[in-house]
Write a protein that binds this ligand. Structure first.
Ligand SMILES: [Zn+2]
Length: 510
């Protein structure tokens, strides 16, 4: 295990380095600010952009899209859409448009302001759901809306609400709300509402009683709640109670055992030693204990129970965000890239910690453990296929902020993993477009879209072949997008490690 100092640094790395708008290096690095057509005044200037002659997914070939004042004003067959005088026309013959662009349903979006927020739209991700909201996210959202910062649309959770001791308390207690009973749980929901958050985030160590109080108080306050299914709560109860989405594939896996009561008893024995001083070490301890229980569940898998449960999730409209990306990186460590061109878009001090963090999380695994963990990962893929078969709404999310998941880029990896799990390409795309847009209530006429060089319906890997992106009415054509990506790489290279402040660790595979 790392020393406390290393663990804190590692924790910072895991969050994507939360720090860190206060980091002194941030001011010195080049700002990724819009060069044109992005300020509020530009948006209201009345210039029309015409994206002409593209194949628009869901509409047809040779279509033209008109954008004006931050809205899509018309989409139709090119022959039937007259281009207004004075419009800036981009000929997109041979290109493919994904209306709305891509949506990331599970991010932890922290880090240098001129690095992390821009990476989403530059990779075609026009909206994200932040799963651990903090004031900086609201500041960024305001700046993006004002045209001062390039970033995605943000839907922002409140602080994590967890049981006690929380996996993330200790060094981070100001950021996690620990509740022990119904009154404290209800108070936490009211505080979430007062903070301006869009929804309540529930976590693994909540007791069933506190959880049900959160569900009820959220209803009263008109808030949705989403997150982890608590360790000791049957997932069917979370679904029946109205949890909007269930994150990761731990609770689902445990619930598909023929011996679920036995599994639940084993989960109830999982202990977080409050004497463990850092969140990172607490998480690592919990993670090791849970893998052992998951192995029991895999061995006692019951397909009949699984199908009954998944039918229930589908009937209740409970969404599932499998976050295969983070399961893959923690469980198929043999496939982790030592380096990748994507890493150049993050500060070196951040990517440099990943191997340390990963070896701490996976420390002590024997060859037998590793073989079992690979089987657990295969089982997760199988469960995704079963969820799809049952008609459960699946959403693409990656837990970016965790190591090896580079913001924006990682969503494309998630799409590939969903395809590997057996989803047809059109359903993979749905999990990153219409399905999350509906959950998040994104406006249908928002001026967001992604332009690709190749048809993503024939191969989901084509979502990486980006020509250009429209985000909140600002069109980043091919050259502009490449220029801004270089700016991010330069800003990342200039970023120095934080000297103060400890970021919240985000290996939140639970
Ligand atoms: Zn997370």
């Amino acid at each position: 295990m790392p020393t406390r100092r290393e663990a804190l640094a590692a924790s910072a790395a895991l969050t994507g380095g939360a720090l860190l708008s206060a980091a002194p290096s941030a001011a010195a690095a080049p700002r990724v600010t819009p060069r044109h057509a992005t300020s509020v005044s530009d948006r209201s200037s009345g210039t029309t952009i015409a994206l002409a002659h593209a194949t628009v997914l869901g509409a047809g070939a040779d279509h033209t899209v008109l954008v004006r004042d931050g809205r899509i004003t018309r989409t139709g067959r090119s022959a039937e859409v007259p281009i207004p005088p004075g419009a800036t026309v981009y000929d997109l013959t041979g290109k493919y448009i994904v209306p709305g662009g891509l949506v990331e349903s599970h991010v932890h979006n922290d880090g240098p302001e001129n690095v992390l927020p821009p990476l989403f739209p530059l990779n075609g991700v026009t909206a994200v759901r932040e799963m651990w909201g903090r004031p900086v996210h609201h500041e960024w959202r305001d700046k993006v809306r004002a045209g001062e910062l390039l970033g995605p649309r943000w839907v922002i959770a409140g602080s994590i609400i967890d049981g006690s001791p929380s996996l993330w308390a200790g060094d981070l207690d100001e950021r996690v709300v620990e509740v022990t009973d119904a009154p404290s749980a209800r108070r936490a929901v009211r505080e979430t509402k007062a903070s301006g958050a869009d929804f309540v985030k529930v976590y693994s160590r909540l007791t069933p009683g506190a959880y049900e109080a959160i569900a009820d108080e959220s209803r009263r306050q008109g808030l949705r709640y989403a997150g982890h299914c608590p360790d000791t709560l049957p997932i069917a109860r979370a679904s029946d109670a109205g949890q909007q989405s269930i994150e990761h594939l731990h609770a689902l896996l445990l619930a598909t055992s023929a011996r679920e009561p036995e599994i639940r008893r084993a989960m109830a024995k999982v202990r977080i030693d409050p004497a463990i001083g850092t969140s990172f070490e607490r998480y690592a301890s919990w993670f090791r204990q849970v893998h052992a229980v998951e192995w029991q569940a895999v061995q006692t898998y019951d397909v009949g129970r699984t199908r009954a449960l998944f039918d229930r999730l589908a009937a209740n409209g409970t969404r599932v965000v499998p976050t295969l990306t983070v399961h893959h990186s923690l469980e198929r460590t043999d496939q982790l890239p030592e380096n990748s061109p994507e890493f150049a878009y993050l500060p070196g001090w951040m990517t440099g910690y990943w191997p340390t963090v990963w070896s701490a999380l996976t420390a002590g695994r024997t060859a037998r453990d590793t073989a079992r963990i690979h089987r657990i990962y295969e089982h997760r893929l199988h469960l995704v296929a079963e969820l799809h078969r049952a008609g459960v709404q699946l959403l693409a999310g990656t837990d970016t902020g965790t190591g090896y998941a580079v913001p924006g880029f990682s969503l494309h990896h998630e799409l590939e993993l969903l395809a590997e799990a057996g989803l047809p390409t059109r359903d993979v795309l749905h999990a990153a477009t219409a399905a999350p847009a509906r959950m998040l209530g994104l406006p249908a006429d928002r001026a967001d879209l992604l332009v690709l060089d190749a048809d993503p319906r024939t191969d989901v890997r084509h979502t990486r072949r980006i020509d250009s992106v429209l985000v909140a009415g600002r069109y980043l054509d091919r050259a502009e997008r490449l220029r801004l990506l270089s700016d991010v790489a330069r800003a990342a290279a200039a970023s120095e490690p934080p000297t103060t402040g400890v970021a919240a660790p985000h290996v939140c595979v639970h």
